[in-house]
Design a protein around this ligand. Structure first.
Ligand code: ADP
Ligand code: ASP
Ligand code: MG
Length: 425
């Protein structure tokens, strides 16, 4: 008998039928003798719709009010799942973040979990009742609702699994696990049986949206085993864990991220102090700069480009507009149609030639590289967004990751697939 946390994402609870399917999955586990604790996301695109409503009334909604609003999405799905379980004769009780004792810091919209009260959850389990916990939300020291950042129900699940010392944290989504690339973009992607925390962290950070990066960070810190698997099948998924027996692949996977933008400042005098002025101003305005590219100067004049999350663009524009005249630069341009494509693998550290092979492959496919950045286990290139899928596919083939079978979507509607493909934009 095991104690298992089962988290279901928005697609898995998108309709009453799917909530019934989730209830049946939980019941099957109970029948098999396991104790289960469920964590749910908001139904379908609810969170996006709530963000849209907020923006219709205020382009910069107060963070506290936004969190209060967004936290309602998960409260709908938790109660409906509890009702679906009760309808089948299984006792269930829903819990908000506050009721589950999920305490966070006060950083609205991307709060960090600081503690979980496991006693109430475990009392419920011990009575044979299935607790259903609202993902993505917690409560800060002022007793205000906070949310954990988009995709944050994954982090709730891992934190709850840690709090109640669960044997495993199962994260159910619409794919069978972690693949060597997003299977919707690269149909030849292969499902991995297991992946190390380090590789998964790097993939999630580079845009592989199958797990929230914070969840992987939390799991690595507290050694929580995650099993990423499909809500639509019983197949074994991917185990994310510390596994000394794992072979270090040179390239474990390829991630892409279309949510960043590139800003280029033109005609910058090539003199000391200029970069400091620009990037200090961006930092004080809360712009998270990712990559920086400075061109070779000609006659003392150069261009400086940087990339940042699309969500930071209004603040980046405002800063750059203010700074351009003070550093005597000519002008600036913004390119929103870019994508970052990243090769990730712990084995990269000891394998020279990855960059050369990647650049050669992109060159042979007429894909122009706009920027490059590296870490010991990651190589990222920025390319035109229109070429992102082609870049992922050709690199995937070149590094020998292609599967013999092709990923075919069978569960989701065309509308759901379209919404997923636009998620990063
Ligand atoms: P949920 O809504 O259940 O949390 P997500 O949409 O957050 O699910 O995550 C599942 C999606 O992640 C898949 O539909 C897939 O398109 C995307 N994805 C991106 N990269 C990967 C990857 N490497 N492996 C599997 N899925 C990936
Ligand atoms: N509902 C939230 C979101 O859409 C949290 C989650 O689904 O994990 O981001
Ligand atoms: Mg998710």
């Amino acid at each position: 008998m095991s104690l298992v946390v089962c988290k279901f994402g928005g697609t898995s609870v998108a309709s009453p039928e799917r909530i019934k399917m989730v209830a049946n999955k939980l019941i099957a586990k109970k029948k098999a003798g396991d104790d289960v604790v469920a964590v749910v996301s908001a139904m379908g695109k609810t969170t996006d719709e709530l963000v849209g409503l907020a923006n219709a009334l205020n382009t910069n909604p107060p963070a506290r009010e936004l969190d209060r609003l967004l936290s309602t999405g998960e409260q709908v799905s938790m109660t409906l799942l509890a009702m679906a379980l009760e309808a089948q004769g299984y006792h269930a009780m829903s819990f908000t973040g506050r009721q589950a004792g999920i305490r966070t810091d006060g950083t609205h919209n991307k709060a960090k979990i600081v503690s979980v009260r496991s006693d109430r959850i475990m009392e419920t389990v011990d009575k044979g009742i299935i607790p259903v916990i609202a993902g993505f939300q917690g409560i800060d020291d002022n007793d205000d609702m906070t949310t954990l950042g988009r995709g944050g129900s994954d982090t709730t699940a891992v934190a709850v699994a840690w709090g109640i010392k669960a044997d495993v944290c199962e994260i159910y989504s619409d794919v069978e696990g972690v693949f060597t690339a997003d299977p919707r973009v690269c149909p030849r992607a292969k499902k991995l049986d297991q992946i190390s925390y380090d590789d998964m962290l790097e993939l999630a950070g580079a845009g592989a949206g199958v797990l929230q990066m914070r969840a992987v960070e939390f799991a690595r810190k507290w050694n929580v085993v995650i099993h990423s698997r499909s809500a639509f099948s019983d197949a074994e998924g991917t185990y994310i864990k510390e596994a000394p027996d794992m072979e270090e692949a040179v390239i474990t996977g390829i991630a892409h991220d279309t949510s960043e933008v590139k800003v280029t400042i033109r005609g910058v005098p090539d003199m000391s102090g200029v970069a400091a002025k620009l990037f200090s101003a961006l930092a004080s305005n809360q712009v998270s700069v990712d990559m920086i590219i400075q061109n070779v100067s000609e006659s003392g004049i150069t261009d400086i480009s940087f990339t940042c999350p699309g969500g930071d663009l209004p603040r980046a524009r405002e800063t750059v507009e203010r700074i351009v005249p003070t550093i005597n630069a000519r002008t600036y341009i913004v390119d929103e149609d870019i994508a970052k494509v990243s090769l990730v693998g712990t084995g990269m550290k000891s394998s020279p030639g990855v960059a050369a092979k990647a650049f050669e492959t992109l060159g042979q496919n007429d894909i122009n590289i706009l920027a490059i950045s590296t870490s010991p286990i990651r190589l990222s290139v920025v390319v035109d967004a229109a070429q992102a899928a082609q870049a992922v596919q050709c690199l995937h083939s070149a590094f020998g990751l292609d599967s013999d079978s092709v990923f075919v979507e069978t569960q989701l509607s065309a509308e759901e697939i379209a919404a997923k493909m636009n998620k990063g934009r």
